[in-house]
Ligand binder design. Structure first.
Ligand code: ATP
Length: 446
């Protein structure tokens, strides 16, 4: 973990947030390379969930959330973690995360600590203006169910997908970007006919495991954990967590829950007429029926299958998998980030052999612009003047292809291309470079 944190800071993937004023715990900023990697991961998810299917619509909703949403969802009452104080050092911990040095000390009885951040909307700061920063993106999907249904004329089964920020005031944020207070989620709420829920739950578990494999996480590092007992949310018929062996241990990367008709049933009006199977709070505030008519014109409250993944945990997992230190013999080693091509923050670096040679530098910029036009991802000019250092840097940040412009380029119209993984170098005619580039990245569209 330490090596990864250090690489992330040194190369501009991830920084501690608010650092120049001492930092704020549990918050991180994504730097120039981190934002590319994160966007690439989110884009791969969106393409797989929305574009490559014909049964899912996208959504982007507000972060500030009406308190009634989180009242009827149950978050106001139950979105809590057990908090204990160590009587010796005075620090507070989540009951299941007390560090070794306090385990033998006297602890207070656990009490419920609600993880939601509160704020006020508008100029008056009292209870009437209370709002929450959403603790998950899902609730806003449910409350937009009718809007999406009416504007798209969908029939069951269909899904609504959203990627966005969520906020949880975690008692003990830790393990770098694994457990933070502000993070992003990629959530799909997939609405199905009651009775077809178990089959769809299975399908989504398979789908999501193979998607993580496509992002470079081998299947032997992923475990499926059936959540049981007290860990299973009261509304869930079944939840399977995709567990990954993070640098600090095996923990949840994504959860896939069969949430029955609890969510739409909680937020709908006319609950009594809808044969809701889940135990929901009586709702006299909602002004909208969240149900769909079947062929016989009966109203059905769909069941929901929810694959919910953390973007930040995903970023940590793909960096950790890609991080490789290779022994090159003769006491030489190289660090290389073997990211899948579609995730690499920079697709290609174009490097002039000499930084002060105007002709070389000009041609380098022309080549960069020519390759950038395909918008496969970011192409950069790397003009540090030291070819060895440039290769080392681009290995370390996972750039799949380096293109060197030298005096042969000016004379013979050729460039040297170097493959990150094999380190193989080839001479390519300049007028074939674009085709070579497109072929090289043909599998990078995810
Ligand atoms: P955990 O048990 O680790 O606290 P959770 O079961 O509360 O997680 P969910 O509510 O199922 O998590 O959220 C779905 C996903 O959102 C998780 O699988 C995880 O990837 C991500 N996630 C949840 N909380 C955090 C957090 N504090 N920091 C980063 N990612 C998070």
């Amino acid at each position: 973990m330490e090596e990864i944190v250090s690489l992330c800071k040194r190369r501009g993937f991830i920084f501690q947030s608010n650092e120049i004023y001492g930092g704020l715990q549990g918050l991180y900023d994504y730097g120039p390379l981190g934002v590319e990697l994160k966007n690439n991961l989110k884009s791969a998810w969106w393409k797989s969930i929305v574009y490559n299917r014909d049964d899912v619509e996208g959504l982007d909703t507000s972060i500030l959330t009406h308190p009634d949403v989180l009242k009827y969802s149950g978050h106001e009452d139950t979105f809590t973690d057990p908090l204990v104080d160590c009587k010796s050092c005075g620090l507070r911990f989540r009951q299941d995360q007390v560090p070794d040095q306090c385990k033998d000390e006297e602890l207070t009885e656990p009490r419920d600590f609600n993880l939601m951040f509160k704020t006020n909307v508008g100029p008056v700061a009292d209870d009437s203006s209370l709002a929450y920063l959403r603790p998950e993106t899902a609730q806003q999907i449910y409350i937009n169910f009718k809007n999406v249904l009416d504007s798209t004329s969908r029939t069951l089964p269909f899904g609504i997908a959203q990627i966005g920020k969520s906020f949880r005031n975690e008692i003990t944020p830790r393990n770098f970007i694994f457990r933070v207070r502000e993070f992003e989620q990629m959530e799909l709420e997939y609405f199905v006919l009651p009775g077809e829920d178990e089959e769809w739950h299975k399908k989504w578990i398979e789908n999501r495991v193979s998607w993580w494999e496509e992002q470079g996480i081998p299947s032997d590092k992923l475990n499926l954990l059936e959540v049981t007992g007290d860990d299973l949310a009261h509304y869930s018929k079944s939840t399977v967590d995709i567990m990954y062996k993070f640098p600090h241990g095996e923990e949840e990367l994504e959860g896939i829950a069969n949430r029955t008709d609890f969510d739409l049933g909680s937020h709908t009006k006319n609950q009594k007429d809808l044969n809701i199977t889940a135990q929901v709070k009586d709702n006299n505030d909602s002004n909208t029926r969240l149900a769909i008519q079947n062929d016989d014109n009966d109203w059905i409250v769909p069941y929901v299958i929810e694959p919910s993944a953390g973007v930040d945990r995903g970023v940590l997992a793909v960096i950790y998998e890609a991080y490789t230190v290779e022994d090159l013999g003769d006491d030489k080693r190289r660090t290389v980030l073997k990211l899948k091509k579609h995730l690499a923050p920079i697709k290609s670096a174009v490097i002039p052999l000499k930084r002060n040679n105007d002709d070389l530098v000009k041609l380098t910029h022309t080549i960069k612009s020519s390759l950038q036009q395909y918008q496969i991802g970011r192409v950069v000019v790397e003009n540090t003047g030291n070819i060895g250092k440039s290769y080392r840097k681009h290995d370390e940040i996972g750039t799949p292809l380096c293109i060197t412009v030298d005096f042969d380029t000016l004379e013979n119209k050729t460039v040297t291309v170097r493959d990150r993984d094999t380190m193989e170098q080839k001479t390519i005619a300049l007028d074939e470079l674009n085709k070579y580039f497109l072929d090289f990245f043909s599998d990078a569209k995810s």
